[in-house]
Ligand binder design. Structure first.
Ligand code: CA
Length: 265
């Protein structure tokens, strides 16, 4: 274990202990009974930014047992510094943090061009909070209390759909660079969330062919990871970014089948 990467301590409030108890209660199997990760695969490096020590310690222990290489910061400022300078496969980011809020941390990370997948943790469970999280660049969202096994599954899905570092593609004057999660059209830079980037990358790679609903869902969320309504929501957001500010629309719906990027000429 690296010196900068100390496991969070166990001391914490009664409130956080109650949360931890709920997490463990909701976990359907004891940790010892869970299958260990495939030892042949390289460990996924995850930065955990969480100020409640008991919660952080339990997440750390659980994920480490499942083969992750963990790092931890207990406040937003040090979390942002570590996220900017470290090489992580994913970041677990608490929303309510001292010194720098999770939403601000995520926005600054994206502004710096870092496309590492971010999974937000929060006790707030309103649509507005979720939309704000996604707007600031979060890729996924878990509401406390959650099952640790679900956190593991979602992290792995996020890492699976991370695109190769050199992936870039273009069509009809619209381009997308997966390294920075940034689209570009008519000279305008358009920052995207990871979900939006996954969808646009899939559409660009197939353009002008149609990409089916099922294929887009599998690309962005993993097989069976979302429904048509979730896809439609993301496409709506994507349209607002890559089409709405411009004179012509490139992203076209093919009713009952999927979506495609067309040429404006
Ligand atoms: Ca917190």
């Amino acid at each position: 274990m690296r010196a900068a990467c100390a496991r969070p301590g166990k001391a914490g409030s009664a409130e956080s202990q109650a949360f931890v108890n709920m997490v463990w209660f909701k976990l359907s199997h004891p940790v010892s009974a869970l299958p260990m990760p495939n030892g042949l695969l390289p460990a996924l490096r995850v930065l955990l930014v969480e100020d409640q020590r008991d919660i952080a310690a339990n997440i750390w222990d659980f994920l480490e047992r499942r083969g992750y290489e963990m790092d931890h910061c207990a406040d937003g400022v040090s979390g942002l510094a570590r996220a900017l300078h470290g090489d992580f496969d994913a970041i677990i980011l608490d929303l309510g943090l001292p010194r720098l809020d999770g939403l601000d941390l995520c926005r600054r990370l994206r502004e710096a061009g870092r496309g590492v997948p971010v999974l937000m943790l929060t006790a707030r469970d309103t649509l507005e909070d979720k939309l704000r999280g996604f707007a600031e660049g979060a890729d996924d969202y878990l509401v406390k209390p959650f099952a640790l096994a679900e956190l593991d599954a979602r992290l792995r899905a996020l890492c699976r759909r991370r695109q190769p570092a050199d992936a870039s593609c273009s069509h009809a004057g619209l381009s997308f660079d997966a390294r920075t999660l940034t689209a570009q059209r008519e000279g305008r830079r358009i920052p995207l969330t990871r979900l939006q980037g996954a969808l646009l990358g899939a559409l660009l790679q197939q353009a002008p062919r149609i990409v089916t609903h099922a294929s887009l869902i599998e690309t962005a969320w993993g097989e069976g990871g979302a429904d048509i309504a979730a896809l439609q929501n993301q496409i709506y957001e994507l349209r607002g970014l890559i089409d709405k500010p411009f004179a012509s629309a490139l992203l076209q719906s093919v009713r009952g089948v999927g979506y495609r990027l067309v040429s404006t000429e």
